[in-house]
Design a protein around this ligand. Structure first.
Ligand SMILES: Cc1cc2nc3c(=O)[nH]c(=O)nc-3n(C[C@H](O)[C@H](O)[C@H](O)COP(=O)(O)O)c2cc1C
Length: 327
């Protein structure tokens, strides 16, 4: 690689930081390979949790989040990412090819955004109302690419319907043994390199205070955030115009944007998709957003009370398992 090409050590660091991206069940369904100054990103179909994510839509959304994290990490390292999405129409698992060109200048905001990658967590505990929401909402509206996904903030009056839809989804799946087995497979009392450790999940009693949540298995740890009687988050929905792979990838990029922007504003987030996995609950969300598109992802956004801990960072697969350099 020449001086105008990103060097392999920098690229490896950029990829490692990008891999902090959120993914459905922390499945990290991706693989990347570098050749010359190009990075190719692929979906790993065998890592898709199919009983949860029947069409693989959420795995592609996860890869979209990775793609945006990659762009943010490269920018902070002084490289501008030029992205070709679905460069090979006959190989749809090849999601993107990224070329890096040296940037003229790296701003403080760009560095802060990359720092937010390390600060962000999926937080499943109750939130206080987000104090800075009036400031964040217009910033989000100005930054997200509405060609890729639109953001609808649900009014408080929708809360009881959302809670009802959440309960309905979980009730419909109570006896779905493939779904339940998959949830157990992807959650664990021990830290491995993928999946969600119990320490990042809510206990049964904590879950009682968050009415819009996926019901994961969990252990019983002491009640955290006891000062919050219930969840006071703002809930936003990302919708796309179409339900194909291209839309899912774009939605993941916007998801990353929203999560990082909220983190930079000092807010906590929780990505939710159980409500878009079954037709019955997805129809409820579709009606709540006024039929403005295909609902993909909900995001709880709120405030962690002062001095309260945020959840621990979840593990990631070793870099060598997800990234290689080709001769
Ligand atoms: C497409 C997608 C769907 C997700 N769905 C849910 C969900 O329904 N409920 C939930 O609690 N977390 C959900 N998450 C969060 C992941 O479980 C989380 O990103 C992963 O465990 C890694 O942890 P981290 O976000 O703290 O780094 C989702 C994330 C993505 C990208």
């Amino acid at each position: 690689m020449g001086a105008s090409s990103i060097d392999s050590a920098t690229l490896a660091r950029v990829v490692q930081l990008a891999c902090r991206a959120p993914s459905v069940h922390n499945s990290q369904p991706w693989r990347m390979s570098a050749q010359d100054s190009e990075l190719r990103m692929f979906l790993e179909p065998h890592r898709v949790p199919h009983a949860t994510d029947r069409s693989g839509r959420e795995a592609v959304i996860s890869c979209g989040a990775l793609l945006d994290h990659l762009r943010v990490a490269a920018t902070a390292a002084g490289w501008k990412a030029h992205i070709a999405r679905f460069p090979n129409p006959s190989e749809l698992d090849h999601l993107a090819t990224v070329e890096f060109r040296r940037a003229q200048f790296v701003s403080d905001a760009e560095r802060a955004r990359a720092d937010a990658i390390l600060q962000r967590r999926t937080d499943r505990l109750p939130f206080a109302a987000p104090a800075s929401w009036d400031f964040l909402e217009p910033v989000l509206r100005a930054t997200i690419d509405t060609e890729k996904a639109t953001l609808t903030v649900l009014p408080d009056s929708a809360r009881s319907q959302l809670a009802e839809a959440s309960r309905l989804t979980e009730a419909m799946r109570r006896y779905d043994s493939s779904y339940q087995a998959e949830l157990h497979w992807w959650t664990s009392a021990f830290e491995v390199s993928d999946g969600i450790p119990y320490s990042a999940l809510a206990s049964a009693s904590e879950r009682g205070r968050v009415e819009v949540a996926r019901a994961f298995p969990s252990d019983s740890h002491p009640d955290r955030r006891p000062q919050l009687d219930r969840d006071h988050s703002v809930i936003a929905v990302l919708c796309t115009d179409g339900d194909g792979r291209r839309e899912a990838l774009g939605c993941g990029e916007v998801l990353s944007d929203v999560l990082l922007e909220a983190t930079m504003a000092g807010l906590a987030t929780c990505t939710l998709t159980h409500l878009t996995e079954l037709d019955a609950s997805r129809a409820i969300i579709r009606a709540l957003v006024g039929d403005t598109g295909d609902p993909q992802v909900l995001i709880r956004i709120g405030q962690v009370p002062a001095f309260d801990a945020q959840p621990p960072a979840t593990p990631r697969r070793p870099l060598a398992d997800v990234f290689g350099v080709e001769p």
